[in-house]
Design a protein around this ligand. Structure first.
Ligand SMILES: Cc1cc2nc3c(=O)[nH]c(=O)nc-3n(C[C@H](O)[C@H](O)[C@H](O)COP(=O)(O)OP(=O)(O)OC[C@H]3O[C@@H](n4cnc5c(N)ncnc54)[C@H](O)[C@@H]3O)c2cc1C
Length: 473
């Protein structure tokens, strides 16, 4: 029997929690939005121990959304989007050097310059990178670009300022569509080649994609749907000058933006025995990484675009979200949990949301539209391109999108949080003529090319373990 009074016991528990806050060394890999907000979260939560932040870019943490908006427009220089500091982080910054290996047994992060950085707790925040144009010689031509970093944005800004005869954008997701919009604002001729059926269809489905296509064409974009780019050709000086398309046409172009989606930065985790793969690093809803067996780790946390975690509102399915607010909230939750005992841990329960500005339209979304299979226009007018629409799955609302109707987003957020019915109840008075559910028309998910091949080995149940099967290269 314990002889401690309840007051003494609670003092002991508090002392243990305080020790956790100060004890040990924390390392963050990835010095961008999630990395910085994670570091700030740790300090705000009272962590006073040594903190190291490792980033392969040479720049201090900066904001990416303005890169495809204000920066491409030429309003803001590419190196002027530094993230505001919300508090002092008092960290050892290792910028311009990549983490190349994680040694979990010895709790060490290996760096490209040969340094070894020991940790007691680790936050993985290495995000994603742009998928490059797949033909290396063509991708190396001057004027063939992708857009993820501020250096990319500076390069594209320079090319746009040189007034290219025509810009070719390959892919019409959000970044490709925002870039097309800016080209038109700058008075440039632009062709968008999209292999799929409509712009934005992956995120918002074909019904909304058809509206986005109309908007692009009304603004003078030469939009080619169901069309791929077969090859790019350069001139004698190595600058891109021509593109051959699968519809049989050849375009004279001076700038190509390959906007082909992203790849998770997981290579440095190879061999570390974590649950990593095409969709990122799997973690629990408290941001703790899973190992390859699906067992949760104690000392490794994940946040931002690279994280993949189950969400209560979406049938506990693992979601990867490449959104700004997901990186911020995920990092705050991870930081809190890194220095909290298990009774005080928080879940990362964000209702995802994102925004985009293109062709004069303010697009906002909440929830996970692509989780739905039906859509209904709920407010406004599709003809006037000022409307709200809700997405449903099995009679429940799972997402919503607004075109120039953002003030209603909170209404839909509340419906999604409450797992409300689909179609949702009427809000406001401007019900559109087309207010009936219809298939949301999401394209079939392409077969990912890099899903890890995990196998079980051993016959004795006590000796069985999972390992990645070596992939043929
Ligand atoms: C052009 C553009 C426009 C966007 N617009 C919007 C928008 O309008 N709305 C919205 O919600 N979201 C938008 N986003 C998405 C948003 O910016 C991301 O969700 C956010 O940046 C994610 O932050 P992160 O820290 O997880 O990852 P990142 O910002 O990708 O940061 C990861 C960092 O880790 C570094 N790193 C990678 N590997 C290593 C390694 N081995 N060692 C060390 N460092 C490494 C990377 O270089 C990078 O600096 C946009 C993104 C882009 C690129």
């Amino acid at each position: 029997m314990s002889t401690l009074t309840s007051e003494e016991r609670s003092q002991l528990v508090q002392a243990a929690i305080n020790t956790m806050k100060t004890r040990g060394r924390i390392v963050i890999v990835g010095a961008s939005l999630a990395g910085l907000r994670g570091a700030e979260g740790l300090r705000k939560a009272g962590f006073s121990g040594p903190l190291t932040i490792i980033g392969d870019e040479p720049h201090e943490p900066y904001d990416r959304p303005p890169l495809s908006k204000q920066v491409l427009k030429g309003w803001v220089p590419a190196d002027h989007t530094k993230l505001p500091r919300l508090c002092a982080v008092d960290a050892d910054w290792r910028l311009g050097v990549a983490a190349t290996r994680l040694d979990r047994a010895n709790r060490v992060v290996h760096l490209a310059n040969g340094d070894e950085v020991p940790y007691d707790r680790l936050l993985i925040a290495t995000g994603v990178r742009s998928r490059q144009w797949p033909h290396p010689a063509e991708a190396a031509l001057d004027g063939v670009c992708t857009l993820r970093t501020s250096d990319d944005a500076a390069r594209i800004q320079k090319h746009l300022a040189a007034k290219p005869r025509r810009v070719l954008i390959i892919g019409s997701g959000f970044i490709g569509s925002e870039a097309a919009s800016i080209c038109r604002q700058l008075g440039l001729e632009v062709t968008v080649a999209e292999r799929g059926p409509a712009p934005l269809a992956g995120a918002l489905g074909g019904v909304i994609g058809a509206i986005a296509a109309d908007i692009q064409r009304a603004h003078g974009v030469d939009l080619r749907l169901g069309v791929g780019v077969q090859s790019l050709e350069g001139d004698a000086s190595g600058h891109v000058r021509r593109a051959r398309l699968s519809d049989g046409t050849t375009l004279e172009v001076d700038l190509v933006l390959a906007s082909l989606g992203s790849i998770r930065n997981i290579e440095w985790l190879e061999g570390a025995g974590l649950a990593t793969g095409f969709w990122g690093v799997a973690c629990d809803a408290g941001c703790r990484a899973f190992d390859i067996h699906g067992v949760v780790t104690d000392s490794i946390f994940v946040a931002g675009d690279i994280a993949r975690s189950p969400h209560v509102l979406f049938e506990y399915q693992f979601l990867s979200m490449e959104h700004w607010d997901n990186a911020v909230l995920g990092a705050e939750v991870a930081a809190h949990n890194m220095v909290s005992d298990e009774t005080r841990r928080l879940p990362h329960l964000l209702v995802p949301a994102f925004w985009s500005g293109q062709f004069g339209v303010n697009i906002k979304s909440v929830g996970v539209p692509s989780f739905g299979d039906e859509i209904i226009f709920t407010m406004g007018s599709v003809k006037e391109r000022r409307f709200a629409a809700a997405y449903g799955r099995r009679g429940r609302i799972v997402g919503a999108v607004t075109f120039d109707h953002g003030k209603w987003l909170d209404f839909y957020r509340a419906q999604i949080e409450q797992s409300g019915t689909f179609p949702p109840p009427a809000a406001g008075f401007d019900r559109p003529a087309e207010a009936h559910p219809m298939p949301a028309d999401f394209p079939a998910r392409g077969v990912p090319t890099a899903i890890p091949d995990v196998v079980l080995t051993g016959y004795d149940p006590n000796e069985r373990h999972a390992e990645y099967r070596a992939r043929a290269r």
